[in-house]
Design a protein around this ligand. Structure first.
Ligand code: ADP
Ligand code: MG
Length: 701
């Protein structure tokens, strides 16, 4: 069978259905996926040494003949393999642990290369647990790499030894060693089919290497430098296309959607703003202007409003909804939870009631008057959960859709919203998020959106004093909290260590145990409980009790993370803080510090890991969401952006979000290219590539 890039991986020789299943776990489905499956490091076996020269401490490759091999046992009864390898300069002792099958693979007489570390073992130096690469089996002349000979300038004579050997993310039954063989094979078979999509001009301007060389060298670098060049090229390409796709989406959005073009009446708007119980911050003013300008354009707004917790995003949305209303249009505001929907409903109502708007609330659980009226299209503004998406709800004049906490909504829901197109017109879209998105990420992924940022918190808000509390200070901390609450009349959240989006039954049990414990610690104080498995009604009740100060303490799972606004809450205690990423902790912390009294965040942790503690301690000194998001990126290794995916930031395959330079360069390249040729007419290959990959990575949430 002739292999092509999109051949399912199962049909590659020596793969088959069983291996294919395993490879799926690594995200490898086709030949192309495997070609672009990049190593995360290399074992440096490039030092090739005659046996007589090897020294303890070195990692080397030696080449010779197996002159003895026996299976033995260690003193503790573990299986041990002892062998000797001889070349023209001498003989080297070699040992492996618990690999008895090697007796069949490396019988006496086998010519092989071995690569590994040289150590002292008793009084002798030995090579321990090396990888082997057979060069010639006694009596035969088959070199297993004979087939590689035709292969490029970078002669891959060996895959595992005598070179930088790629180490890949592995999974059960798929080793790097196995991957090397298959990848070398498909490089040889298919590399010529890989198309160079990047225009020459870009390759030249950014000093990139060609795609074929990049693929060869990312797997089989000739030296560390060539690996770096290869990585840079592939990472650039990944970022380039991510941004080109975002650009294309933006173009399509603007070209194919007509909007309900609004008129804004300055005096009406300022009257609305003047009626608010506070003055807008500068950022709120700027953002409001940006949004109102969007509303006047012939294509619908598609804007992301990012603002730290408590930055005051809701009021900005309310003003936009007011303008929509003045233009005879309806708005909906969709929140991820019922609690938040109810809170928004109250807030929006208090802001806009004076202007005579009809405002309704629709959540799944309450079959309210509102819901029924909504079916009859009676509202100017509907606030609710995803129950708003019900087809029963008629919004004939829908002009503006506001989505709060965007990361909780999938593409599908967004799609349905846009499906609310009427008379060939698409509603304006405003998405709000408190997730601090690192600048670099925002620029790359959200090129298809306009971005507004509320960078400052309204005046009068105090920084939340934050402490990391180790195990031994736990008791003191409880006492301190009691005292603090008694003296100020403030309230406290205690957040339980749940990090899953869906709260499981076992974790609910953990919360209940914690609840009993807290009751004894804070005896005499009234404690409420709020978790994701409660019925909506129970949740509302729990929150109402806390809001009306019937409960002094609310034990909650991270459902309090988003949006809840209770100014009398002055302390938040977070259990097992190390399980959260900084951005999440920062969001949780934002639940307090909303009133006039000084507020505190206590991060409980039992970890003794220095790096984790350092990470947590950065919250004591850093109070800016975007900075913490950057730190999150910097403090984590590639490919393990814990907690980011649920915030809608996809993992990159090759590039890293920390590669700010490369992101800037690829962004510059996309800008230059698309402004010189907005139709991409002179770049048919780029168009082809875009057509073949229409799904925006940012939407795979
Ligand atoms: P978030 O951006 O986290 O959604 P909210 O919109 O819930 O923030 O606002 C947080 C609190 O700050 C609310 O009580 C809101 O009324 C108040 N607020 C908003 N803007 C201002 C302002 N400019 N000055 C004072 N308080 C404000
Ligand atoms: Mg909010």
């Amino acid at each position: 069978m002739q292999l092509s890039l999109n051949t399912p991986i199962q049909y590659v020789p020596r793969v088959g259905p069983v291996m294919a299943k395993r490879l799926e776990k690594l995200g490898i489905h086709t030949v192309e996926d495997l070609l672009f499956y990049v190593p995360f490091r290399y074992d440096d076996f490039s030092l090739v040494s005659p046996v007589a020269r090897v020294q303890a401490g070195e990692t080397v490759t030696v080449s010779g003949t197996i002159t003895s091999f026996r299976n033995a046992f260690t003193k503790s009864g573990k299986k041990l393999q002892q062998a000797q390898l001889t070349d023209e300069t001498g003989t080297l002792d070699v040992i492996w642990f618990n690999q008895p099958f090697l007796a069949q693979i490396l019988p006496v007489g086998t010519q092989t290369r071995l690569a590994g570390k040289i150590d002292w073992f008793g009084h002798k130096i030995v090579m321990t647990s090396p990888v082997h690469e057979i060069t010639k089996i006694e009596g035969s002349h088959t070199s297993i790499h004979g087939s590689m000979r035709s292969f490029s300038a970078n002669q891959i004579e060996s895959l595992h030894t005598g070179r930088l050997a790629p180490v890949y993310p592995e999974t059960q039954g798929v080793s790097s060693k196995w991957l090397r063989g298959r990848i070398a094979f498909i490089i040889q078979q298919c590399i010529q089919q890989v198309i160079e999509y990047l225009p020459d001009s870009i390759i030249e301007e950014y000093g990139l290497i060609g795609i074929h060389q990049a693929i060869e060298h990312i797997h089989y670098p000739t030296d560390p430098k060539s690996a770096t060049y290869a990585h840079r090229r592939l990472a650039f390409e990944e970022l380039f296309f991510l941004q080109l796709r975002a650009w294309e989406e933006r173009m399509l959005w603007q070209q194919t959607n007509r909007s309900h073009q609004c008129k804004t009446d300055e005096s009406e708007v300022s009257q609305c703003i003047r009626s608010l119980p506070f003055t807008l911050t500068n950022d709120q003013q700027t953002t409001t202007k940006e949004i109102l300008t969007d509303l006047t354009l012939p294509y619908p707004m598609n804007r992301l409003l990012e603002g730290d917790v408590g930055a005051g995003k809701t009021v900005v949305a309310a003003i936009a909804m007011y303008v929509a209303y003045k233009n005879g249009l309806q708005s909906i505001l969709m929140a991820p939870t019922q609690i938040l929907a109810e809170q928004h409903y109250t807030t929006i109502k208090s802001f806009l009631d004076p202007f005579g708007l009809q405002i309704g609330l629709v959540t799944g659980s309450i079959k309210t008057e509102s819901a029924r009226l909504a079916w009859n299209d009676k509202f100017d503004i509907l606030v609710g959960t995803h129950a708003l998406l019900s087809s029963k709800i008629k919004l004939e004049r829908l002009g503006l859709v506001v989505i709060d906490e965007q990361q909780r909504f999938g593409v599908l829901q967004r799609g349905i919203l846009v499906g609310k197109t009427k008379n060939g017109k698409t509603p304006h879209m405003l998405t709000m998020t408190a997730t601090p998105i690192p600048r670099t990420v925002a620029r790359t992924l959200f090129g298809n959106l306009n971005l507004s940022v509320l960078a400052t918190i309204p005046d009068g808000r105090k920084e939340v004093k934050t402490w990391v509390v180790p195990k031994e200070k736990r008791e003191n901390a409880y006492e301190w909290i009691k005292k603090q609450l008694n003296e100020t009349g403030g309230q406290a959240y205690i957040v339980c260590p749940l990090i899953e989006e869906s709260e499981t039954l076992t974790s609910v049990k953990a919360v209940k145990t914690e609840y009993e414990l807290l009751k004894s610690i804070f005896s005499g104080m009234s404690i409420g409980l709020l978790h994701g498995r409660m019925k909506p009604k129970e949740k509302t009740t729990a929150l109402d009790r806390f809001r009306t100060q019937k409960d002094a303490i609310l034990l909650a799972t991270p459902v309090v993370e988003v949006g809840i606004d209770i100014p009398n809450a002055i302390i938040i205690l977070i259990e097992a803080a190390e399980r959260f990423c900084l951005a999440q902790l920062h969001q949780l912390r934002g639940r307090v510090g909303r009133g006039r009294i000084a507020s505190f965040c206590l991060l409980f942790t039992e970890t003794e890991d220095a790096l984790t503690l350092k990470r947590l301690k950065s919250l004591e000194t850093t109070h800016s969401g975007p900075l913490l998001a950057d730190l999150d990126l910097a403090l984590r290794g590639p490919g393990e952006l814990f907690g980011t995916r649920q915030h809608g930031i996809p993992d990159l395959k090759i590039a890293r979000w920390t590669q700010a330079d490369l992101i800037a360069q690829s962004q510059k390249a996309v800008k230059a290219l698309t402004s010189a040729d907005p139709t991409l007419t002179s770049f048919p290959l780029l168009m082809e590539k875009l057509k073949n990959s229409t799904i925006h990575a940012a939407h795979q949430d």
